[in-house]
Design a protein around this ligand. Structure first.
Ligand code: PLP
Length: 383
């Protein structure tokens, strides 16, 4: 038997190191309260109504008349209709058989690699580490496009060859920088992908944090349906990180080598996935309703207010930020020449605050740190 040697790879262990350092600090300083602004996970409790919808939906399982077995592999029609309506509200028409409900964007953005033979992946540096890790594990070639002040923290296709096709990861708003592509910038990528027969994987896990006129979906761009797969999540918008729900749109117009990727993903999900529980999908459906959106917006506003407070505080410490108004994270340039890790240690020891060193998101994250506003207000105020 031959094992995949790529699993011996040296994963970027920054997140593990952060946890170990924090545990050690707590052990040595038992009386000191540590403020965790590192973790990119929601912390606010769910609204009672959202929980009630899910609990009531679960209750049907105790009644022989309403009991349900396996869910449909690609999602219940009621949730697909709600997702379709959400797109309609953005003037985008998506058919329900183009929507694949899943247990989160993290799974889809990595499992999607199963549709492709050997590829060259184009990934921003810094960004969400799962793109790099999954491509490394399957043995793909990887081109990292640096994000920095000079390019306004945005990738551009100009650096790529025009006679080659790529698998292009676009995370907008980007984790960790918050940089969000405008309609014109997205169009540039869509045109490039269509010209080169490339495919864009558009991860909009943070779309609910967009407050300017940057698009929440790549399908606002003409012709994106011919080259882009969109991967979305209820994790940060509705606080479902624990309960797990997301969805991926694979348009029927997206074909390569006479194959519809929509059909391929259907086969993938029916083979490797057995669907999301009914009551979770009911919760997601509610989150997309008018009432649900209002309710979810309360928590989003809370985190957004955290961002404002954090930025004010950090500005006083000499940090500068990029224009990350659309993000629950603050991506901050370290004011002196300290490395990300040195600054992490300094913040922990001086202010008892935990951040994530920028190098966790790629080499170009060195010299930066990421603060998460998915934190308790009291933690943000105390620091
Ligand atoms: N995509 C990005 C950019 C993320 O930052 C995260 C989680 O932090 C995910 C996807 C994972 O989302 P989910 O909880 O839906 O798996």
């Amino acid at each position: 038997m031959k094992l995949n040697k790529n699993y011996e790879f040296k994963k970027n262990y920054v997140f593990t190191e952060v946890s170990e350092k924090v545990a050690k600090f707590k052990q040595q300083n038992k009386d000191i309260k540590v403020y965790n602004l590192g973790i990119g996970d929601v912390t606010r409790e769910m609204d009672k109504k959202l929980v009630e919808v899910m609990v009531n939906s679960l209750k049907r399982q105790e009644n022989p008349k309403t009991f349900l077995g396996y869910p449909p592999e690609t999602g219940y029609d009621f949730l697909k209709q709600a997702i379709k309506k959400n797109y309609n509200d953005m003037n985008i028409n998506i058919d329900t058989d183009e929507i694949f409900v899943s247990n989160g964007a993290g799974c889809d953005v990595t499992n999607i690699l199963s549709l492709f033979d050997e590829q060259t992946a184009v990934i921003a540096d810094p960004t969400y580490p799962a793109y790099f890790d999954s491509n490394f594990l399957v043995g793909n070639k990887i081109i990292l496009l640096p994000l920095n002040k000079e390019n306004n923290y945005k990738m551009s296709p100009n650096a790529l060859k025009k006679d080659k096709s790529y698998l292009i990861y676009i995370c907008s708003p980007n984790n960790p920088t918050g940089a969000t592509l405008s309609k014109e910038e997205l169009k540039q990528w869509v045109d490039f992908a269509n010209q080169t027969q490339s495919i864009i994987l558009f991860d909009n896990a943070y779309q609910s944090f967009i407050v300017d006129d940057c698009p929440k979906s790549i399908y606002c761009t003409d012709d994106a349906k011919k080259c882009a797969i969109e991967i979305s999540s209820f994790s940060k918008s509705a606080g479902l990180t624990n309960l797990r729900c997301g969805y991926t749109v694979v348009p029927k117009l997206l074909t390569r080598q006479n194959q519809m990727l929509n059909k391929m993903w259907f086969i993938h999900q029916c083979t490797f996935f057995n669907g999301v529980p009914y009551h979770i999908q009911k919760g997601a459906e509610f989150a997309l309703s008018k009432e649900g959106q209002k309710i979810c917006q309360k928590n989003i506003n809370y985190y957004r207010q955290n961002v404002k407070i954090l930025k004010n505080k950090l500005a006083k410490l000499g940090f500068s930020f990029i224009g990350n108004t659309n993000s629950p994270y603050v991506w901050a340039k370290i004011p002196n020449q300290m490395t990300s890790w040195k600054y992490f240690d300094y913040l922990l020891n001086t202010y008892h605050v935990v951040c994530v060193p920028g190098c966790a998101f790629g080499e170009n994250g060195e010299g930066y740190v990421r603060f998460s506003a998915f934190a308790k207000r009291s933690d943000i105020l105390a620091f």
